[in-house]
Design a binder for this molecule. Structure first.
Ligand code: SDX
Length: 428
């Protein structure tokens, strides 16, 4: 017998169906509420509202659980390659060896960007934020592939677009970095794997060979996996709602890049390093900054702390924190911001303000320390988040299309002026 929720409004009682997910999560389906009662629900920030049913990622904020298609993030981060995880998120199953080799070779074959797009870079100022470049470049890709704009989305055309996005975004990201440093662009080298190729395009200089460091490659692979999806976060929801209008996948991903840029979302990893550097330059007075974070009259927040869903440790932050020590030791890097970050976490988690609100380090708190150790500059941190999140965005968009989800169009409660008549300008 399926579960029913009963809602009494005035003298009427309405019965609403309850949906139970595969991990026993419960939702009240309100699709018919307005038609039957004229009431809608209101939930600013959708803190308690589900937008869809999804089979991609499961997370439990109270228990600190995160799984991609049922596989624990801890196992994938340790044992899988990022492209394997991309295949898993997009297609629902881990690839066989043959499936993986085919997938990898298709992506390798699309790493070049149309040469005419190089001219776009020349127009950007050298200090342009790379997220601004990436968002526009991704949408511009759609203009070179008109078949991708078919609102009916032929599966083969969608598959080709998926391969092109996974292949070309690392190239575009690396070129944005090269442009900002007035360095010559480096083209992809097909004998290199996904992470090696990106690092090569980022750091190869014409004057010398670039030596691939396996420690750096492994660190990047792990970070990309840890960022690959996170169910209905702000940017994934943006990708879904833009795609729900039958906008093409390039345009939907471009919108996701823009949503991720915000410092409350993916932009936090850049904001964390800027915050830790500010604390270090200000003499390392941790209590001063913890007090500022708690002060409602102070706009300062502890960046990298807190999460809409995790009210316990973000499992990704736990893995990244351990990796920080390992990678910095292997690379012989001594970064004072790591010690500041650890002390800040220790002090904050002894403070009831943070504990009672369930504010723990999130994925962004330690990730920037690793990015910096492997040579990624601060302004590129959120681009790295976008590189990792790309397969998740693609998977969410594809699931929305395959499930035939309707165009996203929330309702509202109007609180503006009631009906009033126009008064002519000369009478006001
Ligand atoms: C990501 O959704 C996802 O899954 C996102 C993400 C993903 O993988 O896609 O996990 C990636 O975006 C991680 C979050 C990165 N952002 C930051 O680190 C920015 C700092 N954190 C916050 O701004 C905040 O915690 C959010 C935005 C992450 C969550 O905000 P919520 O859920 O809207 O919670 P809230 O702002 O209502 O805060 C609840 C309380 C408030 O205090 P009270 O009104 O109860 O007194 O906690 C306080 C907030 O003031 N609070 C903080 C705080 N975060 C929340 N106080 C100080 N420092 C903070 N960082």
């Amino acid at each position: 017998m399926s579960e029913i929720a009963k809602l009494t409004l005035g003298n009427e009682t309405y019965e609403l169906p309850v949906t139970t997910g595969s991990e026993n999560e419960k939702a009240i389906e309100i699709g018919k509420l307005r038609g039957e009662s004229s009431y809608i629900t209101l939930d600013k920030g959708f803190k308690n509202t589900g937008a869809c049913k999804s089979a991609i990622t499961f997370l439990d904020g109270e228990k600190g659980i995160l799984r991609y298609r049922g596989y624990p993030i801890e196992q994938l981060a340790e044992q899988a390659s990022f492209l394997e995880v991309a295949y898993l998120l997009i297609n629902g199953e881990l690839p066989s060896k043959h499936e993986f080799e085919t997938f990898e070779s298709k992506i390798t074959g699309h790493t070049l960007v149309h040469e005419d797009m190089r001219a776009f870079f020349e127009a950007y100022p050298r200090n342009a934020h790379p997220m601004g470049i990436l968002a526009s470049m991704v949408c511009s890709l759609s203009t070179f592939y008109p078949e991708s704009q078919d609102p009916n989305r032929a599966p083969k055309a969608v598959e080709l677009t998926i391969h092109r996005l996974l292949a070309k975004i690392p190239t575009l990201a690396a070129w944005a970095f090269k442009h900002s440093h007035s360095h010559p662009f480096v083209y992809p080298v097909n004998k290199l794997n996904y992470c090696e190729n990106f690092l090569h395009m980022m750091f190869k200089m014409p004057t010398e060979d670039y030596e691939i460091d396996p420690v750096v490659v492994d660190s990047l692979n792990k970070l990309l996996i840890l960022h690959a999806d996170h169910e209905q976060n702000c940017s994934a929801s943006t990708v879904r709602i833009v795609g729900s209008s039958q906008a093409n996948l390039y345009a939907s991903i471009s919108a996701g890049v823009s949503a991720l840029w915000g410092p409350l979302h993916g932009g936090a990893n850049q904001a964390v390093i800027e915050m830790l550097t500010r604390i270090e330059e200000d003499g390392g007075d941790l209590e001063k900054y913890i007090a500022k974070a708690k002060d409602k009259n102070d706009p300062f927040r502890l960046m990298g702390f807190g999460h809409r869903v995790y009210k316990n440790f973000d499992p990704r932050a736990k893995i990244i924190k351990v990796s920080c020590d390992e990678i910095l030791n292997k690379l012989g890097v001594n970064d004072p911001t790591l010690e500041i970050a650890k002390k800040l976490e220790e002090h904050a988690l002894k403070d009831e303000y943070f504990v009672e609100r369930g504010l723990y380090p999130n994925v962004d708190f330690y990730s920037g320390i690793i990015y910096r150790a492997i040579g990624i500059p601060t302004e590129m941190f959120t681009v790295m988040f976008a590189l990792g999140r790309l397969p998740g965005w693609i998977a969410q968009w594809k699931e929305m299309v395959e499930n035939g989800e309707p165009i996203g169009r929330p309702r509202q409660i109007y609180v503006g002026p009631n009906k009033r008549d126009y008064v002519a300008l000369d009478k006001r």
